[in-house]
Design a protein around this ligand. Structure first.
Ligand code: MRU
Length: 348
């Protein structure tokens, strides 16, 4: 994706170093940073400097490759198994993370070079799948549509192009006039900070709306389609995505508005029979009790937005049952969310 005329991926790997756009600084600062070893790459994922299913999947693959590049002469097996556990403990919900670690781990047992090659292939495939999702998904978008999206499933959340935003980018390129309703996505505001920044950068008309305003705009006939990403999809089509997605899907059903999930097949977890099998990340209550932003002088600051002494609950994801999902836009086509179709597309 281009930023100020230059093409970037969100994460990339060169000579044993992972490079990434620091998402915690966006939309205020655009900064590239590096993680020189497996431990540093893990910190980048836990700190959410890189977040979004595909981007953390690629970063986790790089981290696993970094572990193979620095195996000590003694206790190699124990070192690698601990590194794998450390990466897998960074964040629990996004399937792409586990998918990448597993693949790179097995490749690394052949040679460290093979681990690196596999990590790079995973990143390349993520970008190619996202691009394809854009092409296929854009066929659903008609001129003049209002489209709501939740969280950030744009190019920042993947290696490039994104999933939920990829069809929107493509439709815009095709000259379709669209307007995007961007849910702010509390508590971390991935919509207000990241999706808004991406759409501004691509010159696509949008407005940030409060998280609780989707039903209002749907009831006014402003929204003709909802597209979100997914962090993990069960074999029956139930999908985990950023907290609040379920509410959008239920309201969309009420107003007969199609609700699509856009995700590569690598997001489907064949081990999860239903959404109930998907682990949901519980995050720190401070993310709810305080908000982080930028002060007048351009310095990051935190303000309390809650009654002192309150406790908060902060589940990061919810599960949308497949019955609410009109279709899943994958790199292999737009599929109905059912066990039969999903097994067929996965060749199982
Ligand atoms: O907690 P995050 O920011 O890593 O959340 C992941 C997501 O970006 C969303 O749930 C998204 O909509 C789907 S994954 C790109």
């Amino acid at each position: 994706m281009k930023v100020a005329g230059k093409t970037y991926r969100t994460v990339w790997f060169e000579k044993g170093v992972s490079y990434y756009i620091d998402q915690n600084l966006l939309p205020f600062d655009f900064v590239i940073r590096e993680a020189k070893n497996c431990t540093e790459s893990c910190r980048v994922i836990t700190g959410m400097n890189v977040r979004g299913a595909g981007a953390i999947g690629a970063m986790a693959g790089f981290a696993m490759a970094q572990a193979f590049l620095s195996v000590p002469a003694n206790n190699a097996a124990q070192y690698l198994s601990e590194a794998k556990t450390m990466i897998e403990s960074t964040r629990p919900t996004a399937r792409n993370l586990f998918y990448a670690v597993e693949k790179v781990f097995h490749a690394g047992l052949i040679s460290p070079e093979q681990a690196v090659r596999t990590a790079l292939e995973i990143a390349d495939k993520d970008a190619a799948d996202s691009q394809k999702i854009g092409e296929l998904g854009s066929e659903l978008i008609r001129d003049g549509m209002g489209i709501e999206t939740h969280c950030n499933a744009g190019w920042l959340a993947f290696v490039d192009y994104g999933t939920a935003l990829s069809p929107i980018y493509k439709a815009n390129e095709q000259g379709k006039s669209i307007f995007v309703y961007v849910d702010e996505t509390r508590p971390r505001n991935q919509g207000a900070r990241l999706t808004a920044w991406e759409l501004q950068n691509a010159d696509i008309p949008f407005a940030i709306i409060p998280d609780n305003a989707g039903a209002y705009f749907m009831s006014k006939g402003k929204i003709q389609m909802v597209i979100t990403g997914a962090d993990r999809i069960a074999i029956n089509g139930d999908a985990a995505n950023k907290i609040g997605t379920l509410e959008k899907a239920i309201v969309a059903r009420e107003y007969n508005i199609p609700f699509y999930i856009a995700a590569p097949l690598s997001t489907i977890d064949p081990e999860c029979h239903t959404g109930a099998d998907i682990p949901i990340e519980e995050r720190n209550e401070e993310e709810v009790l305080f908000q982080t932003g930028m002060d007048e002088s351009g310095k990051e600051c935190q303000i309390r937005v809650s009654a002192p002494g309150s406790q908060a609950m902060n589940p990061a994801f919810d599960i949308t049952p497949s019955g609410y999902i009109t279709g899943i836009i994958t790199e292999k086509g737009i599929i109905t969310p059912s066990v039969e179709t999903i097994k067929k597309v996965l060749n199982r």
